[in-house]
Design a protein around this ligand. Structure first.
Ligand SMILES: C[S@@+](CC[C@H](N)C(=O)[O-])C[C@H]1O[C@@H](n2cnc3c(N)ncnc32)[C@H](O)[C@@H]1O
Length: 264
């Protein structure tokens, strides 16, 4: 599987599949709305190189993506062009959204994005503007209290304050052999202390873990009904946990936020 630094290829796309929760939500919307896929407009928020947009277009949906990082997004352009799709129309930068009319989308989704969004208030406001009444949102992201941090593959480092204690623990984890397999490109060939600094800065400046209840309240304030659920643990075992742990993905991460834009 390629990374955001690699150009998206047909071979990589062939082995990629849409998040099953997102796929289910889209399929349910299709059934209940009675619309054909080509009539259903979907936006992938934080689309990366556009893999999910391409998969949904293959299935006949009118799918688009929006990204904050232009370099990442451009790594999907060649594949879109080779398929006769206009990448600059289908894959947009966050700043391009201003020109997109209100209520343009039936459904907005994201996969592993909310934990990276610095300005979630802006995302909620824009998603409320862009979703038509009765339209849906489905967002899958790691909870703030999952034991393993999803990007560094280290336990609990995201629970620590964004201060030197966090860097020290990351360095200790590296010494214990924890961390991304093979290391990130940015860390290769560097001594452990400098590797720890790279991971520390990433965690501090590229991740914003929040309480799921606060995320729900934010979207409710912008006109959505919001419901969160956590995957991967039997309901009985989960009931024993305090709600703060439960809703934030303890112990095994995956949170799903289901939204519906209230009718006016
Ligand atoms: C882990 S990647 C996931 C990419 C894609 N959803 C996928 O599953 O392949 C997170 C993406 O969210 C993007 N991102 C972060 N903040 C964003 C924001 N405020 N608006 C749109 N995209 C954002 C990042 O640039 C990055 O490409």
């Amino acid at each position: 599987m390629g990374t955001k630094h690699d150009v998206l290829t047909e071979a990589e796309l062939a082995s990629y599949s849409l998040n099953p929760v997102v796929a289910d939500t889209i399929a349910t919307f299709r059934e209940t709305s009675g619309l054909e896929p080509s009539q259903i407009r979907i936006l992938d928020w934080g689309c990366g190189r556009g893999r999910s947009v391409a998969v949904l277009r293959d299935q006949g949906y009118d799918a688009y993506g929006v990204e904050i990082d232009e370099a990442t997004m451009r790594n999907g352009f060649a594949l879109f062009e080779n398929r006769g799709w206009q990448p600059s129309r289908l894959l947009m930068l966050l700043s391009d959204l201003e020109g997109v009319p209100n209520g343009s989308f039936h459904l907005i989704f994201s996969e592993q994005v909310f934990e990276h969004v610095f300005d979630l208030e802006h995302a909620a406001r824009e998603q409320a503007r862009l979703t038509r009444p009765g339209g849906l949102g489905i967002h899958c992201f790691p909870g703030a209290l999952g034991i393993t941090e999803d990007h560094l593959f280290m336990p609990c480092v995201h629970w620590l304050p964004k201060r030197t204690i966090r860097r020290a623990v990351i360095q200790a984890m590296l010494a214990l052999g924890k961390g991304p397999e093979g290391g990130w490109i940015e860390t290769r060939g560097k001594p452990r202390r400098e590797q720890a600094q790279v991971y520390y800065e990433y965690l501090n400046h590229r991740t914003y873990y929040r309480d799921t209840a606060a995320i729900c309240r934010l979207f409710q304030a912008h006109g959505f009904t919001a419901r969160s659920e956590v995957a991967g643990m039997s309901t009985r075992a989960r009931r024993l946990l305090p709600s703060y742990l439960r809703r934030n993905g303890f112990p095994n991460n995956a949170v799903r936020l289901h939204l519906m834009k209230r009718e006016l």
